[in-house]
Design a protein around this ligand. Structure first.
Ligand code: UDX
Length: 449
């Protein structure tokens, strides 16, 4: 009987959202859980499907056969609307796929489902099928707390500069925001996430570590009266093989970095989704030029809204005359091997949109940041970088070449820069000391469910 029980608790079913910043942490977690003896089934959408050849051969990948409307798949779609549509489209196929796994006999017994925390419909479906569901937050604990508090805070718009009680160092202006987005859709989405987590999740798994978010973790456990596991930084702990990347990285930039002096280069990237308008793009370019520092800049397809002359999904053309700047001290790539870039000795600082993965990767390499949050949790992360951990500064709300040049210089040279670098180094040490103890606790918890 005991042996049978063991077998019954052996398999976990994971369901990642099909986006760069969500898929990788889920599969990194899968690798860690697999390493501790759990069998892994990954249910996934056909859209941006994971590549099984990049993962252990023992992982089982099962498509859920969803049918996504255009709101989900078209680039540049409104994010809240996209996530609402995605949840609606995944609910039935996820339920069917999970139910059919449950029916498949003893060696397929499911101990629990680990579902992307933004996929409230799958959390609910797992719970309704009697499968304990854990919500994986691929954003920070602070972001998740602000989502839990969102319904009560949504009317705080008037007092944008004030600190939000119990969410310090966040101000009202740092709360999740998607400019131009349908506010009702955003509130509806966040409310559904918070409700489903409260009602259907048996625990929360967060890609963070105590060194940066200890008090946020305690508060989540207290607010939800259920365990929260800080299992990050997942990319460090999992040592997963090459991740799935939406674009092929240009590895030539590593050789270019090899030729630069230590701590001399500014790395610039706004991640995989954020885009800027043509005017901002040009100010960024001339600001970089004016700063006089060597730079490695990711100018990916779709970075400039409307494409700036080439259509939304083409690499935008650089400003006229900018080629001279590049020849003297810059390198442009359309996608970089970011983790290797951040770990490179030539990198001094990172101009980032503060997506959570980029933020964590920078923290783990001790690289100070210039923050340019664009939407969603990026605002929360940016505030923690600048005012929570003191490892970065703002580029300024208005991206203007003169200010950009000044900010870049301040980030890289002088006393402020040295202090930020010192604190960033300290966080790097804490990140590298983060252990997988939390993963062991999670595995223990899964077997107790
Ligand atoms: C999205 C959301 O926009 C963000 O708010 C949320 O926190 C995560 O998902 P994204 O643009 O994907 O953000 O940013 P991020 O979380 O930073 O992830 C980007 C990933 O792409 C990182 O792991 C980074 O290493 C990788 N990357 C980025 C590359 O490998 N090469 C690049 O050139 C740029």
């Amino acid at each position: 009987m005991a042996g049978q029980e063991q077998r019954r608790r052996r398999r976990i079913v994971l369901f990642p959202l099909p986006f760069q910043g969500h898929m990788n942490p889920m599969l990194q977690l899968a690798t860690l859980l697999h390493g501790r003896g759990l069998a892994v089934t990954v249910l996934h959408t056909g859209f941006n499907a994971p590549d099984p050849t990049r993962h252990p051969a023992e992982f089982t990948f099962v498509p859920i056969h969803e049918s996504f409307p255009a709101e989900v798949t078209s680039p540049g779609a409104d994010i809240a609307t996209q996530l609402l549509a995605l949840n609606a489209a995944c609910e039935a196929p996820f339920r069917e796929a999970l139910a059919s796994l449950l029916l498949r006999g003893q060696d397929q017994d499911v101990a629990c489902a680990v579902v992307d925390g933004q996929c409230y419909s799958a959390l609910r479906a797992a719970h309704q099928l009697g499968v304990p569901a854990l919500a994986l937050r691929t954003d920070s604990a602070a972001t998740f707390r602000s989502m839990l508090a969102y319904p009560r805070l949504r009317d705080a718009e008037e007092r944008l500069e004030e600190l939000v009680p119990d969410l310090e160092p966040l101000r009202a202006r740092d709360l999740i925001r998607v400019d131009g987005s349908d506010t009702d859709a955003l509130c509806g989405f966040i409310g559904s996430v918070a409700d489903a987590t409260r009602a259907s999740a048996s625990g929360i798994v967060i890609n963070t570590f105590e060194g940066i978010e200890a008090s946020e973790l305690v508060k989540i456990q207290r607010e939800l009266s259920r365990p929260a596991f800080a299992v990050g930084p997942l990319h460090l702990l999992s040592q997963a093989p090459a991740e799935q990347s939406l674009h092929a990285p240009d590895r030539g930039c590593l050789a270019w970095l090899d030729e630069r002096p230590p701590r001399s280069v500014l790395y610039v990237s706004l991640g995989s989704v954020a885009c800027v308008d043509r005017g901002v793009f040009e100010e960024m370019a001339w600001g970089l030029a004016g700063s006089g520092v060597p730079f490695l800049w990711v100018v990916r397809p779709g970075l400039v809204s409307g494409g700036g002359g080439g259509g939304g999904e083409e690499v935008p053309p650089l400003p006229d005359g900018f080629g001279k700047e590049i020849r003297s001290r810059g390198k442009i790539v359309s996608w970089a091997p970011q983790r290797e870039v951040l770990a490179h000795a030539a990198i001094a600082a990172f101009w980032t949109h503060c997506g959570w993965n980029s933020t964590l990767e920078s923290v783990c390499e001790g690289v100070p940041m210039l923050v340019q949050p664009c939407f969603a949790d990026q605002l929360v992360n940016a505030r923690y970088v600048t005012h929570g951990w003191g490892v970065g500064m703002e580029v300024g709300e208005e991206i203007e070449r003169g200010r950009v040049a000044k900010a870049v210089t301040k980030l890289m040279v002088g006393d402020d820069a040295a202090q930020m670098r010192g604190r960033a180094y300290h966080l790097k040490m804490q990140a590298s000391a983060a252990t997988s103890l939390s993963i062991d606790c999670l595995v223990h918890y899964i077997s107790s469910l």
